[in-house]
Structures are given as structure tokens and as C-alpha cells.
Ligand binder design. Structure first.
Ligand code: PLP
Length: 333
């Protein structure tokens, strides 16, 4: 470990932020807080917005639901674009909602809805929001590092993730790509804030430091993960995720299991499927874990008992997915 206020830390932080920029396809700022993915919702809201601001939020599962709910908790005027869980928010729906909502200060977009295995068409949705001059806040918790995310080209303002997902790290950091426009908006944002205040964090980051004590060991993990990603090549990493997602879904079809995601919007980082064999989701989960040690997830919210999920993001290999498919098949029999 290095002294977190010493000169080695400053060089390390500058390099880490540069690797983070490359991984987000941005020339702008990368800020990293100790915290989980949820911190990205809160930090985005308090830094970019003010009570009473109107926002349009995609809601197609548990995480979009929570982002929209949190906006309401903070006193924002939240217009939800809500679809059945398993479906995506299309540009047509989103454009209509932007028109109805009127003077929209920002949009909340869940890029990849981890609870349903659906990827929303972020590039198109962001373009519609930017055409209305709205700030674009993106929950990229289960997309960043796994799928195409081009912060500058797509003109995103606050794209955040938790490092425990496709960044392949132990949990405990939230990383946000922050645009110049977001930094400008934060100067007049009306929420009180301290730990998540962008201004001191940004100043410290540009000096190769952090505003509060950094989680040094986790930053090392992130550095190693970003090295691995850049060694493989970012586009190769995205392509690998697409391949693994396709292969897993093909395996599901072979087993006769129904994938939840609407065709055309299937996630390449996680697959949700209707629990087969007349079992409950926890029954299937237990059978698989008891037989093989493999841990699969259940659904969330209204899908808790009837859906299971398998993550195929980050450091995942075809062999592991084959073993998981075999285990699901055996548990169904
Ligand atoms: C899309 C999405 N957003 C937000 C979160 C919340 O992140 P955390 O549990 O790390 O706070 C998650 C967690 O799985 C998620 O998948």
C-alpha cells in the first residue's frame, strides 16, 4: 500500500483516471468515490439538479424504478417512461415523453436493466434528450466495461457505474464520467451536499488526489482491471460480451427456457429467464447451488419468484456458462 497523501498516490491517480477515461471513451473527467453503484444515483441528482426540476426517467425494471423513485424523494418532478418489465424503452416512447414533460432539465436512463436483462438504446435516447438540451444521467452500473458506452460521442453528462460489475473488482467504488456541462450545472445545483460534492472532488482529482480518504486497495484493483481490459482491447471486450450473451441465450433456447428480454434488446452482460420446470426461482437456485456450487440470482420485485438471472459480465468464460447451462438443464429434470 502507498501513503494516500504521498507523491506516489498522485502519479497513480493521474494514471488511473486516464485509464478510466479511455474505458469510457471520454476526454472529460472521471471521478471515483468509495461507495456502491447506488451512490451514482444520489451524487448525480445532488450535483446536477435542484428541487422541483423536471426529469424524464426510463423505468423498465427494478433499478430504473429505484432511480425514478429516488428523484421523487429528492423533490424532483419525475416523468416516468414506464414499460412492462422485460421490454425496453424505445426512442418513440422516450421522444413522446420528452414532448409531454415540457421543460425537461435532465433525463435518467438505465442503460442496462440488470433486473430484466434488457439493454435500452442509450445512444438514441441520449440524442433525443440532448436535442431538448436536457442533461443526460446514465446508470451504467451493469453496462460500463461490458458494452459499448461512448460518453463523449453520445454526449452523456453523468455516466456512473459500480466497480463490482463488469469492471471485475471487489465491491466498494462508484466511478462517474462527468462532462464539462455537468460541472457547469453543478455550480448552480440547489441541493446541499458534502460527501458527494463534485467541486472539491474534482479539484482534488485534477491534482491527483481525492477530497476524502480514498479506498486505496480498491483503486489498485480497479487499476489492474482497467489494465486487463485495455490489454484485451475495449472493443474486443465488448465483442466478447456479445458473444457470451448470444451463446448463453442460444443455450436457453436449446433447453426450452424462455428469455425475459424483448428480442433485439437482450443484454450482453446478464440474462433473465422465466424459471423453468414448474419450480420457484429460489428452488431452482438452491438445486443448482447444492448440486454444483454455482450461484445464480433470482428475479427482483414482482419477478422475484418467477424469474432467475445469470450474469455473464467481466471475467466470465464460455466454460462457466456451459457449466451453468448444464446445471439449469439438470435442475429442470
Ligand atoms: C443497473 C443498476 N443500477 C444500480 C444498482 C445499485 O448498485 P449497488 O447495489 O452497487 O448500490 C445496481 C445493482 O445491481 C444495478 O444493477
Amino acid at each position: 500500500m502507498i501513503a494516500h497523501r504521498g507523491p506516489a498516490m498522485s502519479a497513480f491517480m493521474h494514471e488511473l483516471r486516464e485509464k478510466g477515461r479511455t474505458a469510457h471513451r471520454t476526454e472529460s473527467d472521471i471521478l471515483i468515490w468509495a461507495g456502491s453503484g447506488s451512490a451514482g444515483w444520489e451524487a448525480g441528482i445532488v450535483n446536477l439538479l435542484s428541487p422541483g426540476d423536471t426529469v424524464v426517467a426510463t423505468v423498465c425494471g427494478a433499478f430504473g424504478e429505484r432511480f425514478a423513485w429516488l428523484g421523487g424523494k429528492f423533490g424532483l418532478n419525475v416523468h416516468r417512461v414506464e414499460v412492462e418489465w422485460g421490454r425496453a424503452v424505445t426512442p418513440e416512447m422516450f421522444g413522446e415523453a420528452l414532448d409531454v414533460a415540457g421543460d425537461v432539465k435532465a433525463v435518467f436512463i438505465t442503460h442496462n436493466e440488470t433486473s430484466t436483462g434488457v439493454t435500452n438504446p442509450l445512444k438514441e435516447l441520449a440524442a433525443l434528450a440532448r436535442a431538448k438540451n436536457a442533461l443526460v444521467l446514465v446508470d451504467a452500473v451493469s453496462s460500463a466495461g461490458a458494452m459499448e458506452l461512448c460518453v463523449d460521442e453520445w454526449d452523456l453528462d453523468w455516466a456512473f457505474s459500480g466497480v463490482q460489475k463488469a469492471w471485475m473488482c471487489p465491491p466498494g467504488l462508484m466511478m462517474a464520467a462527468v462532462s464539462e456541462r455537468a460541472i457547469h450545472a453543478s455550480k448552480t445545483a440547489g441541493f446541499k451536499r458534502f460527501y458527494f460534492d463534485l467541486a472539491p472532488m474534482l479539484q482534488a482529482a485534477r491534482e491527483g488526489s481525492t477530497a476524502t480518504t480514498p479506498a486505496v486497495s480498491l483503486l489498485y484493483a480497479l487499476d489492474a482491471a482497467l489494465d486487463a481490459i485495455h490489454e484485451e482491447g475495449l472493443e474486443n471486450v465488448w465483442a466478447r460480451h456479445i458473444r457470451l450473451g448470444r451463446a448463453f441465450r442460444a443455450g436457453m433456447v436449446e433447453l426450452g427456457v424462455e428469455v425475459l428480454a424483448e428480442p433485439g434488446y437482450e443484454s450482453s452482460s446478464v440474462t433473465a429467464f422465466r424459471t423453468p420446470g414448474g419450480l420457484s426461482s429460489t428452488d431452482l437456485q438452491e438445486r443448482i447451488t447444492n448440486a454444483t456450487g454455482i450461484v445464480i440470482a433470482t428475479g427482483q420485485g414482482p419477478l422475484a419468484k418467477t424469474v432467475n438471472r445469470v450474469g455473464h459480465m467481466g471475467w466470465t468464460e464460455q466454460l462457466e456458462l456451459d457449466a451453468t447451462l448444464e446445471a439449469i438443464g439438470a435442475a429442470m429434470r
